[in-house]
Structures are given as C-alpha cells and as structure tokens.
Write a protein that binds this ligand. Sequence first.
Ligand code: PEP
Length: 253
Amino acid sequence: MSKRIVIGNWKMNPRTIQEAERLFSGVAKGISRIKKTEVAICPPFLYIEGLKKLSRKISLGAQDAFFGEVGAFTGEVSGEMLYNLGVRHVILGHSERRALGEGNGDINKKIKSALSAGLRPILCVGESERDTGHGYFNLVKSQLEECLMGVSKDSIVKVIIAYEPVWAISSTPGRKDATPEDSLEMAIFIHKILSDKFGSDSSKARIIYGGSVSGKDAGEFLRHGGVEGLLVGRASLDTKKFMEIIKIAENSE
Ligand code: PEP
C-alpha cells in the first residue's frame, strides 16, 4: 500500500508572499517527524518559486496547468514549466474551475499533458447535489470516463482521484457535512469504474476525500471512508489545523 497523502489547496490565498512563507515554514517545521504520510501543498502559481527553497519534504503542487506545451496561450502556465520549477502534483478539474466553465474535455487534455510533463494529476470529481434517484453516481462516472479518456493503463496509477462532493466544500453556500459512509460508497464505486476501464492495476490509483475536512473528522474519513488521503482547503490555511490533520493521518490505523 502506498503512503497516505494529505494535500493542502490554498486556492487564491494568502494575500502576500510573506504570509505564504510563514504558513509553509510552519508546516515544514511541524512535519519534521512525519514519516508515513506524504504532505503536499498547492499554493498560487506565483508563490511556488519562493516556497520551494523552504522545504524539501513538502511536495509542491499547482492548482491548474494548461494543456499546450509552449506558445501563444496568453495567461496560461504549462505542466512542463511547473515540473521544471519543482512542482510534482497538479489539481485538475476542481469544482471552482468547473464553475468557471471548465468541462471534462478540457480537463482530459490537461490530465494527459500533465502526465507527459511528469506531474501527478489530482483529478477532482464530485456531484453538486445528491438526488434521491442516485443519479449522482452517473455524474461521477461520466466525469471519470471523460476526464480519463485516452489515459494509458501505465499512467492511471499516477493519477490521484479526489472525491469532493461540492455540497460539502466549505465555500458552498448552505453546505452540509458529508459522512465517511458517503465517501466509502463513492470510493468503492470509483474503484469499480477504474477497474472496468483500466484493469486490476488501477487499484493502485489513490482515492482521497475532500470537503471541509477538519481535525474532528479526518480520522473517521481515513479509517472508514475508503480513502488513502485528504484534500484540505480552508483548514490548510491555518498551520495548527493543518498539522492536526497531518498528525491524525500519520497516527490513525
Ligand atoms: C476544496 O475546495 O478542495 C476543499 C477541500 O475545500 P474545503 O476543505 O475548504 O472544503
């Protein structure tokens, strides 16, 4: 079994590089004795270079990467550029980017491009709401099938699937708590879709959970949610809260 992973998604935070350095250094210090858990932080692009020098133990991630390799793509950043800067993970298909118009087709191109650049994509999937007819399973199935179209069997093990029910994310108005059972049934479903599409080796692809994770429920999601890690938004902006989650991941069986 691969190591557990805890990934912080800083989104468009914090306001200054000084605050970013303080936050990142706090985590770097806090994880000096963490052995069994991989820790990744995905800051805004322009902080990456400065943060890289502060820790070799925290894996750096990006929050997006474009699919073109190089050229006339104003405002975009390629996977290759990120890789050359020391980035190793990239979040793709986050619900906040989907809300800005990104579709499964765009995400698919970005995943393939990120893989060829040597990055590990963290593919976010998840429904906005749960209907009584369980149509949300079909939605997640389409997200997986369309976003992973053309990805090879060898590459699928490098992809991390983040199940993020949008209704549980902290920025969703009127959000509700998801339970480890919600996560478990979806993790089983995702493994089944991957194994139908890519065969038994796909069981090595890690599935993680994200949606307002805190020190109160991190252990429950890891023990009973069928996942090997956590994607953490808001709580990753507070060193104490993020470290609490990392320590729970390190110590829970
Ligand atoms: C996210 O948006 O990826 C996320 C997990 O956010 P939060 O933990 O704040 O719900």
